[in-house]
Design a protein around this ligand. Sequence first.
Ligand code: IMP
Ligand code: MG
Length: 173
Amino acid sequence: MLVDRETIAAAVRRVAEGVLDDLHAPELTVMAVLNGALIFTADLVRHLDVPLRIETVRAKSYRGAGTAAGALTLRMDDVTRLAGRHVLLVDDILDTGRTMQRLRAEVAAQEPASVRIAVLLDKPSRRAVDIEADYVGIELPDVFVVGYGLDFDERWRNLPDVHALETGAASIG
Ligand code: IMP
Ligand code: MG
């Protein structure tokens, strides 16, 4: 196991405190990047004791059975109106940063009052584009991880702790 549930819970609380410290607005819009941010978002918002709404965006990078990301698609509800809102983009992990960079650009085009980024996990050594999160729970080295929302080929999201994926799918199959 790489990160146990107690360490995750403490990191979620730290992220929430950071968000609340910086929030000088009456309301927050949390935008969760599905599916990975499902569990992190569920835990995070319960520490955010402010009026908030939850929006979702579906991101898919067609990894298939491998761990290398392919073409990225984002699917956001068309009727979502973010103009004038304080938006917090929430994802499970910041890896190359391509997903967040695309999402931030699409959200910014709707002219929100502010856009900030919160991620539970960060692999800074993997970054391929110029983007950083405003709130990071835990920094990781360059290892592929599963659990607490993170998947390998859509599996293992339900594990309560974060585990490094063993090399060779056979060992986890
Ligand atoms: P990025 O666009 O490269 O930053 O990748 C972001 C997305 O890739 C995340 O939302 C995850 O879904 C996925 N991802 C990146 N690293 C991992 C990992 O170690 N395990 C599982 N999914 C990952
Ligand atoms: Mg994801």
